[in-house]
Design a protein around this ligand. Sequence first.
Ligand code: SF4
Ligand code: SF4
Length: 170
Amino acid sequence: MSKFLKVILKNLIKGPSTIKYPFEDSPAPEKLRGKIVHNADACVACHLCEYVCAGGAIKMQESEDKKGIDFVVWHDTCTFCGLCEYYCPTKAIHLTNDYHTAHLQADKYNYVEKTFVKKQPCTCCGEPIVPISLAMVEQIYGKEGDIRGLSKMCPQCRRKILWKGGVSKL
Ligand code: SF4
Ligand code: SF4
């Protein structure tokens, strides 16, 4: 048997070495920068990700009923730079290793992730606000005293409380 036929026979027995993508999924490295995911429950609507976004892929605006923030990520505009994930103070936005981002041009306006960051009433005055995380409260006001209550207050009430004598009055 010729060398050539031997190679053919060997490969036929061994089977294909490649993956039959797109008929079966192909593995992606864990650290691959792929599709963005946003966790609205952890988001404090600080706008940092929107500000640093290199591709202008993140848009945040108050919802029409004023009950929260509409958060939109345009997947086809994202450049996978990772700046949003890097700067997010609450780890609410991150890149996954999902690389399945190909889509038809006609679908580009539907290829978005939409989430809703719900507002809650300020525990002091009742004004609807997005509570800030405890980690952010600690960064702004330090760790002295019972600062937990500050996270559910609007900025004005936080200021008033601090003017009146600090977090010990909470
Ligand atoms: S990875 Fe970069 S381009 Fe994509 S949404 Fe985040 S900041 Fe914007
Ligand atoms: S940086 Fe993080 S917490 Fe701030 S708006 Fe973006 S996702 Fe939300």
